[in-house]
Write a protein that binds this ligand. Structure first.
Ligand code: PEP
Length: 259
């Protein structure tokens, strides 16, 4: 059975202390549960990654960075943070190619692919975000767009590496807008992504890769996604900022997973 994920993307929110406080709320809310098939991941702003990772030690919660440098482990790249530095801060995952980075920082598919490769090379698990704009969906181009994002991001990677990544399908029009894709439409895209992975690699590889849905997920909509055969968790922005709301989402994932 594929692992399920609840990933909190806190974007550019919270001071270091606020990030630690919310993390403590999540850890305490989860209680003494041992890590099961549902993995909980928090992605705070860069400066809080070390403190949050430290607080997550010996708990079932893991951390992610929201971005990484595509280039090197260290060197003359002012303002950048490398994969190795993220690992050093205690994170295990990194979000790559989030639509806000693609839109506001001109991160195109080729750069996203370089970041995926860098993350894998270092031992970080990349959470590769893909998704179409509203205009692309209205023109019926959603599969073409998502397909090309994935093909470019994974170009040159062999199956043994690709099976380590997580993919998050996040339609751009659903992020932070309150408009979410309905579960059936999300499942259709997830099935498309899995069949693309089968064509690019093989069925065994495609079956191993967790594909998350993201885009205005709320506690009361979470179950409808997890019930779909190809949706293996959620990537949550706004509704993950408060520990109570994120805990409800984690609970909904666990309940739906138990069936
Ligand atoms: C996100 O940031 O990846 C996201 C899905 O945000 P929201 O849940 O707020 O739409």
């Amino acid at each position: 059975m594929r692992p399920l994920y609840c990933v909190a993307n806190w974007k550019m929110n919270k001071t270091i202390q606020d990030s630690v406080n919310t993390t403590v709320g999540i850890i305490e809310g989860l209680g003494d549960e041992s890590e099961q098939n549902v993995h909980v991941v928090i992605a705070p702003q860069f400066l809080a990654v070390a403190a949050v990772s430290q607080r997550c030690q010996n708990t079932v919660v893991h951390t992610a960075a929201q971005n990484l440098c595509a280039e090197a482990a260290s060197g003359a790249y002012t303002g950048e943070v490398s994969a190795e530095m993220i690992l050093d801060a205690g994170a295990k995952y990194v979000i790559v190619g989030h639509s806000e980075r693609r839109t506001y920082y001109a991160e195109e598919d080729f750069r996203v692919g370089k970041k995926v490769a860098r993350a894998l090379e270092s031992g970080l698990v990349p959470i590769l975000c893909v998704g179409e704009t509203l205009e692309e969906r209205e023109r019926g181009l959603e599969e073409e767009r998502v397909g090309s994002q994935i093909k470019i991001a994974l170009y040159g990677l062999e199956a043994a590496k690709v099976e380590k990544i997580i993919i998050a399908y996040e339609p751009v029009w659903a992020i932070g807008t309150g408009k979410s894709a309905n579960a059936a439409d999300a499942q259709k895209m997830h099935q498309f992504i899995r069949s693309l992975l089968t064509r690019l690699y093989d069925e065994a590889t495609a079956t191993k890769i967790s594909i998350l849905y993201g885009g205005s997920v709320k506690p009361d909509t979470t179950a409808s996604y997890i019930e779909q055969p190809d949706i293996d968790g959620v990537l949550v922005g706004g509704a993950s900022l408060e520990s109570d709301s994120f805990l409800k989402i984690i609970e909904a994932v666990k309940e739906s997973a138990q069936g």
